[in-house]
Design a protein around this ligand. Structure first.
Ligand code: NAD
Length: 259
């Protein structure tokens, strides 16, 4: 984690609070880092998922089409983590902040559904850029299998298959080499048209096209606030970057607006 002294940290918190209190159209953009404190490791930090599973094998759509067994090994591992994960203070602060009517949308790269479980998505939309584990759509016949049914099937089948056509299925999460869910990115970009404050939380900003969103928001005139453990290549664009844990920082910067 990048070291930062307390005085500088507090100055950055104050600056972020000021920006948020002067804004009316806030967009929050989250990555895997917001959920690490809920027990779901990110991809690239030490101990991250990609240190255990090689993404070129386990999370590659072309490999899945040839041999789904590796993907299902990863999916079973992730399913265990999702079962025990709970929203943390950062997810909860965002859900509280939504009640103030300043939040226009949450754009997330995460598939863990923790924003919804924290209570977000009532007054504003959640854009899940990389899909979600909530359902599985059969690519062959379009049959939709909900999470509960999938979990039942996982008990009985090594590689779950569609109840209707028998094709191998997978949750609607986007693998490498797989197209993004239709329209979600376009709608998220449209949401940035009137955005005056864009808060990025817990992303390395290494995955494209999601990592273009801060720049689009900036070009539209938004102030950028970044909250992350480590620096990113895009920190130079941010009006304020706060290094540290999302569960500590997010409640602090959003708190002024909870009244
Ligand atoms: P990433 O692993 O590339 O980067 C995570 C970033 O979060 C890192 O820069 C790290 O320093 C920071 N971070 C880690 N813990 C943090 C904390 N407690 N507080 C603040 N920052 C913290 O993840 P990414 O940028 O989201 O990108 C890649 C992909 O990861 C996405 O495609 C996403 O679908 C996938 N992913 C999602 C989950 C999930 O749903 N929870 C988990 C792992 C990976």
């Amino acid at each position: 984690m990048k070291y930062i002294d307390e005085e500088e940290f507090n100055e950055h918190i104050e600056k972020a609070r000021r920006i948020i209190s002067e804004s009316n159209n806030v967009i929050i953009f989250t990555g895997a880092g917001i959920s690490t404190e809920s027990g779901i490791p990110d991809f690239r930090s030490p101990g991250g998922l990609w240190t255990v599973f090689d993404p070129d094998i386990y999370a590659n759509y072309n490999v899945f089409l040839r041999d789904p067994s590796k993907y299902w090994e990863l999916e079973r591992y992730v399913t265990k983590m999702l079962k025990s994960a709970r929203p943390n203070a950062a997810h909860i602060a965002i859900a509280e902040f939504e009640k103030t009517n300043k939040l226009r949308g949450i754009i997330t790269q995460n598939i863990d559904m923790l924003h919804q479980r924290a209570g977000s998505g009532v007054k504003c939309k959640i854009y899940e850029l990389h899909g979600s584990a909530i359902k599985s759509t059969c690519k062959s016949c379009g049959n939709v299998i909900d999470r509960e049914r999938l979990l039942e099937k996982m008990e009985k089948e090594d590689i779950p298959r569609c109840d209707i056509c028998g094709n191998v299925i997978k949750p609607d999460v986007v693998l490498f080499n797989e197209p993004l869910p239709p329209h979600v990115l376009e709608e998220a970009i449209e949401e940035l048209d009137n955005c005056d404050c864009f808060i990025m939380i817990g992303s390395s900003l290494l995955v494209s096209p999601a990592n273009f969103l801060p720049e689009i928001a900036k070009k539209n005139g938004a102030k950028l606030i970044f909250v992350n453990l480590e620096p990113t290549f895009f920190d130079y664009m941010a009006d304020v970057t706060i290094y540290g844990k999302a569960s500590v920082i997010v409640p602090k910067i959003l708190e002024v607006n909870n009244s």
